[in-house]
Structure formats: structure tokens, C-alpha cells
Design a protein around this ligand. Structure first.
Ligand code: NAP
Length: 288
């Protein structure tokens, strides 16, 4: 029940209607029986700085940050964690006595399902498709795993170069290189982890895949193929990879686990992982 004592959490983005975070966090709040509510806040880019002041003024305890605010919010916070600085993006903000503290829980979300795999990551070559915001969390995650090489593949040479340059002074140790899409046939046969961070294959273009059939056939057996997309489940890319013998991981667990870490930061208690996962699965199956 929402009463006069209920504390506020939420998510800022623009648009925000598509966000699944309210479903997952309100299910967790109900299960825990704590006096909180998690709300969607649509905030246009030109209103971000006044909105952050407003969220503080109305007593919001913490909030998630999604597109297009993940970078822009950084300069509006009192403190930003080392991992968020390394990635260059904040997805979780907590109220502290000193002001807003921003961090990034996408890396832990990305890593959670990989940590269940027994691998010698120090021998692993990872190929990352795309060089946008999510790719930054994936590169940081691969660095934390200790991957031998991380090869980022993109379609826009200038963006690839600036992606590479942005890691030059990173506190994370990573053997990073960037490659154009045409070089995939040389990279894929050596890869043991391929991660799709592009939107290719999302619900609106569900028939598409970031790799064509010839490229798919270059994947080695036992490879892990990870798609950050969570609708549809599985994507065409993952279906094809599975039929080639790959271990497949979709983006739902990353979504759940980044939310788990965020909720634990806000509430300072263990988050009900299974409740959060189930709420998303139920919601997505009802929406089909
Ligand atoms: P973003 O910053 O817009 O980056 C998208 C990247 O994909 C860019 O490098 C873009 O290339 C590339 N790209 C887009 N369309 C392409 C195409 N047709 N061919 C080749 N490359 C293409 O987006 P993002 O925030 O990184 O998100 C990317 C995906 O990850 C989305 O599907 C999102 O839902 C998913 N995601 C999932 C989670 C999760 O928790 N599971 C978390 C974050 C993101 P250019 O730079 O050249 O335009």
C-alpha cells in the first residue's frame, strides 16, 4: 500500500514507457514488504539537470538511469564510482549524505551468467559486436574476467577509433582492439565468446541476425554466444548459434542481475532474485 510514509525509487529515461524496471522492482518491493514504490520518470534531455535537483527535493532515495541519460548524468552527481568512470556511464544512482552517488551495475549483470560457466578466461578471445553504450559494459566485464583479447567490431570507423581511444587511460587492464564488420571472417574462428550488443534481432526486426549463415558456420564448437537482447527470447541469432552447438545466453539475466545489484544498494538488504526474474518472465509472456 502507498501511504504518506512510502519512499520513492524510480527510473529516468526518455522515452521510458518500454522500461521493464518498474515491473521487476515493484515485484521485489512487494515481496520484501518494504515501504517503497518504484516509478517511471520520463525526463527529456533538456530537462535532465533540473529533474535531478527535483528528484533530490522530493526525497527520492535512488533511481535507475537509462537511455539517453547514462552519460549526461555523470556531471550532475556528487560522486561517481570507479567502474562507472571506467565505462563512462552511470545506470544506478543512490542518495547519500553527501549528495547523489552514481555507479554502473550493468557489468555485474553482464558477468553473472558467465560466472556460472567453468572456463579458463585467460585463454578466451572475446568478439563484441557493436560499440555503443552496452558494449562499454561488456568490455569492462571481459576485462574483469581477464579475457586474453577483446575484439570490438563495428560499422563506423570513426566511432570505432574513438571507442578505442576512450580506453587508453582506463584503470581496467584489457587487450582491446577494434575491427570493421568485414573482418569478422578472420576473427570468428578464434573466438570463444561472441557478444551481440547491437539492436539487430530485437522484437521490431526479429527475423534479423547480426551474423549471416556463413559467419555462423565459422563459430567453433563449445563457444559461448551471448545476446544482450531480451525480447524476443531467444533471438534468431541465439537460435542459429544453438543449432551450431553453442552455449547460448540471452539478455534477460543481465537485466535481472543489474537490477538485483541496484536494489541491494538502495535497500541495503538481499534482493529476491527469483521473484524479480519471475516477474519479468510473467510480464513478457503476458505481453506476447
Ligand atoms: P547504442 O549505444 O545505441 O549502441 C548500439 C550499437 O549497435 C552501436 O555501436 C551501433 O553502431 C550498432 N548498430 C546498430 N544498428 C546496427 C546495424 N544495423 N549494423 C551494425 N551495427 C549496428 O545502444 P546500447 O545502449 O549499447 O544497447 C544496445 C543493445 O543492448 C540494445 O538492444 C539494448 O536493448 C541491449 N541492452 C541490454 C541490456 C540488458 O540488461 N540485457 C543492457 C543494455 C543494453 P553505430 O555506433 O555505428 O551506430
Amino acid at each position: 500500500m502507498i501511504t504518506g510514509t512510502t519512499k520513492l525509487l524510480g527510473v529516468i529515461g526518455y522515452p521510458i514507457a518500454h522500461s521493464l524496471s518498474p515491473v521487476m522492482h515493484n515485484a521485489a518491493i512487494a515481496h520484501l514488504g518494504v515501504d517503497y514504490v518504484y516509478l517511471p520518470f520520463p525526463i527529456a534531455p533538456e530537462h535532465l539537470s533540473e529533474a535531478v535537483v527535483g528528484l533530490e527535493a522530493i526525497g527520492v532515495q535512488g533511481f535507475s538511469v537509462t537511455i539517453p541519460h547514462k552519460q549526461a548524468i555523470m556531471s550532475l552527481l556528487s560522486e561517481v564510482s570507479a567502474i562507472a568512470q571506467a565505462i563512462g556511464a552511470v545506470n544506478t544512482v543512490c542518495r547519500t549524505e553527501q549528495g547523489w552517488f552514481g555507479t554502473n551495475t550493468d557489468v555485474e549483470g553482464f558477468l553473472a551468467p558467465l560466472r556460472e560457466q567453468s572456463r579458463d578466461w585467460s585463454q578466451t578471445i572475446a568478439v563484441v559486436l557493436g560499440n555503443g553504450g552496452a558494449a562499454r559494459a561488456v568490455v569492462a566485464g571481459c576485462a574483469q574476467l581477464g579475457c586474453a583479447k577483446v575484439q570490438v567490431v563495428g560499422r563506423t570507423p570513426q566511432k570505432l577509433q574513438s571507442f578505442l581511444t576512450s580506453w587508453t587511460n582506463s584503470p581496467l587492464t584489457v587487450n582491446l582492439s577494434v575491427h570493421e564488420w568485414e573482418t569478422l571472417p578472420e576473427l570468428l574462428p578464434h573466438a570463444e565468446l561472441v557478444v551481440n550488443t547491437t539492436p539487430i534481432g530485437m522484437h521490431s526486426q526479429a527475423e534479423e541476425s547480426p551474423l549471416n549463415l556463413v559467419e555462423m558456420q565459422q563459430l567453433s564448437s563449445g563457444i559461448i554466444v551471448y545476446d544482450l537482447i531480451y525480447t524476443p527470447r531467444p533471438t534468431r541469432f541465439l537460435q542459429q548459434a544453438q543449432s551450431q552447438g553453442a552455449i547460448i545466453i540471452d539478455g534477460l539475466e543481465m537485466l535481472v542481475q543489474q537490477g538485483v545489484v541496484a536494489l541491494q544498494l538502495w535497500l541495503q538488504c538481499p534482493a529476491p532474485v527469483e521473484v524479480m526474474r519471475r516477474s519479468l518472465l510473467d510480464y513478457l509472456s503476458r505481453r506476447k
